[in-house]
Every structure is written in structure tokens, then in C-alpha cells.
Design a protein around this ligand. Sequence first.
Ligand SMILES: Nc1nc2c(ncn2[C@@H]2O[C@H](COP(=O)(O)OP(=O)(O)OP(=O)(O)O)[C@@H](O)[C@H]2O)c(=O)[nH]1
Ligand SMILES: [Mg+2]
Length: 221
Amino acid sequence: MDLTLWQYQFRIIMLGDSTVGKSSLLKRFTENLFLESINQTVGVDFYVHFLEVEPGVRVKLQFWDTAGQERFRSVTRSYYRNSVGGLLVFDITNRASFDHVKEWHAEVCERVQPYRVLFILVGQKSDMDAEGERVVSREEAEKLAKQLGVPYAEVSAKTGQNVKEAFELLTRRVYQGLMSGEVEMLEGWDGVKCATPQSLQAQRASLAQADTPPRNTKKCC
Ligand SMILES: Nc1nc2c(ncn2[C@@H]2O[C@H](COP(=O)(O)OP(=O)(O)OP(=O)(O)O)[C@@H](O)[C@H]2O)c(=O)[nH]1
Ligand SMILES: [Mg+2]
């Protein structure tokens, strides 16, 4: 199979305080690796990974791995606008990183107007729970996710637990948004690219048709 072949490209941004493990998450997802000692991100790094969202539909995921450090904020901000998906990452052993999630969310939502980013909330370093290091409970995180109207996933880049599932959840959410028309490919916006725009129209049309009840159906009883 030609590994460069894709039908859709989604640009996804990693957001969250420094040291929550954004780069480690991407390393685990794209290379199945974990490094105890990893360089802090300077500005923005780029990662690519391919996922099949349904049989025969291959998505190229292009990740912007932003630096959590405040001094890089002016650089990282410029990447918000052309993202269709975002991972709001906090560390379950770091209360401040959880408290800052609302600020990350609000900042991105405000700056991407009139576009929209679809998010997932990610509680990182779940392996530390067993060490008794957890300071943010799952219930609190789920409550916040509900407030923000986004799904919640608890993961560990160290063990790999739930990492693939979290990225797949967000990718499917974006794909469904694209199919339903919730996500629109607007002029001058690069969050989503489609290799053959006609196929998107055809897929949407066939989904719409499947949703339309057949005419002249007699009511039962
Ligand atoms: N125990 C544990 N440690 C982790 C996990 N993920 C990352 N770490 C460690 O946390 C530290 C910071 O990880 P990074 O991936 O560099 O964090 P970051 O969010 O990319 O940080 P910035 O680039 O500064 O924004 C490193 O020492 C990692 O080894 C995890 O799942 N469990
Ligand atoms: Mg990093």
C-alpha cells in the first residue's frame, strides 16, 4: 500500500502547560517510544501520523506540538487558527496544569473565530496514579470535560495506556464533523484538506440520503 496516500488531512494542535507531556504523547503515538529525558519544546514541533477512520478512508494527521512555556506563546498562538482539532492536555499530578485548561480553551476559542476547533480533554501520566501521585480526580476532570462539552480520556505516554484510543477518538470526532457539515472547509483556512473534494460531496450526499426516511412509508398499526 502507498503510505503517502490519504483522502483527508487534519491539522491538530497540542495545548497545555509545560511538562504535562504533550511531546511524550506524540512520541508514543507516532513512534511507540517513551523517553524519561526529553527536550522541552522550543516554539513548535511537527509530527505526522496516518489513521484509517473507516475502511478505505485514510487520514493524514498533521500535529503542531506547541511549547507550553509562556515565552513561546506569541509563536504558538499563530498555529491556533489553522487547526481543526486540539488536545487540551493536563498532568493528573499537577493541579495548576488542570486549573489552566479553561484558560487554554478560552484563548484558543477566542483566537480562532470565526473558525472552530474540536477538542478532547486529556489527563496525562495516569501511570502515576498507582504511585499515589494523583492530585486531580477522574470525577473532577470529567466534570470539566462536560462543562467544556468535550470528551475526556485518561492516558499515559509512559505505559502507552489509552494513547491510541484518545487520538482515534478525536480523529473520528473531526471526521464525523466533516461528514455532517459541522466542520466546513472554508476558503483561506487550512485545518482540513481533502485530496478529492468531489469524494467529500459524494460521501456527504450518501450519508444524507441514508438519514432521509423513505417516502410513502406506511405507518405501522
Ligand atoms: N510518569 C510519566 N512521566 C511522563 C509521562 N509523559 C511525559 N512524562 C515526563 O514528563 C516530562 C515532560 O514531558 P514532555 O513531553 O517534554 O512535556 P511537554 O508538555 O511537551 O513540555 P513542553 O514542551 O515544555 O511544553 C518528561 O520528563 C517526560 O519523561 C507519562 O505518561 N508518565
Ligand atoms: Mg514538548
